[in-house]
Design a protein around this ligand. Sequence first.
Ligand code: 5AD
Ligand code: SF4
Length: 437
Amino acid sequence: MNVYDSERMGDLAAGAGYGEAARAEDADLIVLNTCHIRERASEKIFSELGKLRALKEERARSGRRTTLVVAGCVAQAEGAEILRRQPAVDIVVGPQSYHRLPELLREARVRPGVVDTDFPPEDKFSYLPAAPPDAIRRRGVSAFVTVQEGCDKFCSFCVVPYTRGAEASRPLRAVLDEIAHLAQAGVREVTLIGQNVNAYHGTDGEGRRAGLAGLIRAAASVPGIARVRYTTSHPADMSDDLIEAHRDAPALAPYLHLPVQSGSDHVLRSMNRRHTAAGYLDIVARVRAARPDIALSSDFIVGYPGETGADFDETLALVRTVGFASAYAFKYSPRPGTPAADMPAQIDAATKERRLAALQALIEDQRQAFNRASVGRRLEVLFEKPGKREGQIAGRSPYMQAVFAEGPASLIGALEQVEIVAAEAHSLRGRVVAPAS
Ligand code: 5AD
Ligand code: SF4
């Protein structure tokens, strides 16, 4: 979502007369769009800001003014504290008020040190300009579209409900207009995004309610759109009609990122996750019944307060049972203001490290096994960009695997049948079967 928000801020800045700079040294406006989800992401900002202050001073010595903006969820969570820790910052703006960036830029010219971390009553999206077609083309044939934001789940470890706010869905029409605009500029694949995307509840033109499945079907029918993806989902909102869409909506990619966080019911309860390990496995079984080849992905947290060795073993067991195509594992990071941060029985760093390494090794084995199983198959690849080597093009399989093949740049933006010939460390190598003329 930060990628999407950054693009929108780029579009707002373009409207205010800014163009893109290749290097920070050349930029009159620098926006750090920040993430607060784990402490490490959050702390990185301040070392980065230290460097940018030096850059700002150096540019000032040659008479150039630099406006420094901190946006995103660290801005939301820390507000004016950011100005105290780094006075070189001109603007602090949260994820729900960045549509006001042009006004804030004007304000900061007169009075630097502006903070806007409101959750304004107006809908941010209706104030965001449509991306210029050349910017869309530069960003590529696969685009993100935010359809839902915020979260009401309040998992005990998570800052999202506090930084992004309450769950809110965009109207179906607004999302479809945005997708049509992207498709007209050459976008072939959209990923519908939201912190809790399968809680999406929009209304169509006639006031009928539409869930994520309805939105996916409507998005797939936009001329030019060949593939639809969505992320991130919560197990509790995995509705039957969404699972059905995996059976009968051909444009919906066979890939599901469904975070489980832990395989232990004791930990899941303490995390306030609203599902059990068995409940998760049941969803996986139903999704696989609808779409047997679906690639599954997940998020895990290790070292959550109170997690015992036996709890962790249950996580490993769940991973073995499911067999993931890929997954992300994180060490639990206490976040200020969340219930888990104050729980007793915080886990020591060495234990977290050990569990992370064991889980990541298992996930890596499964990822490689999944990729090896693709060798010899024909997969439909959407080519997105030139490859690393001359004469190569790169894209993604329906299962989100990176695929490289020899081929002309004219195939970028095309969906091609590709025979997979080898699984390399982080990608698949393939041969285009029938290049379009
Ligand atoms: N510590 C570690 N990982 C976290 N995540 C969210 N909050 C925390 C935290 N406090 C992880 C979850 C979530 C992903 C986006 O980030 O696994 O699904
Ligand atoms: Fe955070 Fe996801 Fe839980 Fe919402 S559902 S609180 S975003 S981990």
